[in-house]
Design a protein around this ligand. Sequence first.
Ligand code: SF4
Ligand SMILES: [Zn+2]
Length: 307
Amino acid sequence: MAPPAELLQKENDEFLRGDLTLNENETLMFKSASLCPECLKLIPMLVFERDGKAMLRKVCKEHGMIEDVYWADAKLLEKAKKYEVKGRGLVNPHNEKEHPVCPQDCGLCSIHETHSGLTNLVITNRCDLTCWYCFFYAEAAGYIYEPSLDEIRNMIRLVTQEKPIKGNAIQLTGGNPELREDLPEIIKICKEEGIDHIQINTNATHRLHNDAQFAKNIREAGANTVYLSFDGVTPRTNPKNHWEVPGVLKNLREANLGAVLVPTLINTVNDHEIGDILKFGFKHNDIIRTCRQDAAQGQGEIQDNDT
Ligand code: SF4
Ligand SMILES: [Zn+2]
């Protein structure tokens, strides 16, 4: 098994002598590999310090040079890297190719360095909302994806059979998983297959905000946490579920089901409310366990300066 950085070391060195170079005011931090955003080819990447920022630069032979901010604070990146842990990967990857090509042969392949910490299991791509920044729901995808109960059980078995470390935590995600009437049954299947931690990733606008019994049903089925979309503390920053959240928290309290606040942070849209989101979490810390801040990631739909 060879990680991408090692696979590309030789090519990287060639690039350093050629197209992928550093300027005088730039200091190399490390070499790695990344995707060309146009053709998705795996290409060498340099991460370097310039003016206190960690920058990335990569060159696709076909699509030219890509440069962007990697971390806004290079010193903080250095500090964070001290906590980096390389895993052992899977000895029984789900892709049998000897030399898989990332990302075309995804699934998990032998290039992965870690085991499955929290497996994301998509149970539907249907959603009752159409968030402008979402790339995933059915309308954006152009088709409906919804595995059967048998397919879900088989996927969970793949996770629990992973070696050397078996997967034991699953996030049921979407779309909006609440749209599946059989969600309690899916949670029970996770339990039957030996999953210890089950969290439901949802905007909670379909049932959890106005159906206390549904909250109790999924808790009794074995759900541990609701991973709750929560983009801000005002209707403007959180049009998604601002008016529903009070009902959601009430029903979760009654069901004794904890929640994680999950804002999707977008530059100039809601990042000014990071502090207020945390305060909201502290105010409701009897039921809110933590706050997970996800930075929006440009996938070609959003302009470079938006994220
Ligand atoms: S709620 Fe989530 S899945 Fe649904 S459209 Fe918004 S971001 Fe996408
Ligand atoms: Zn390319």
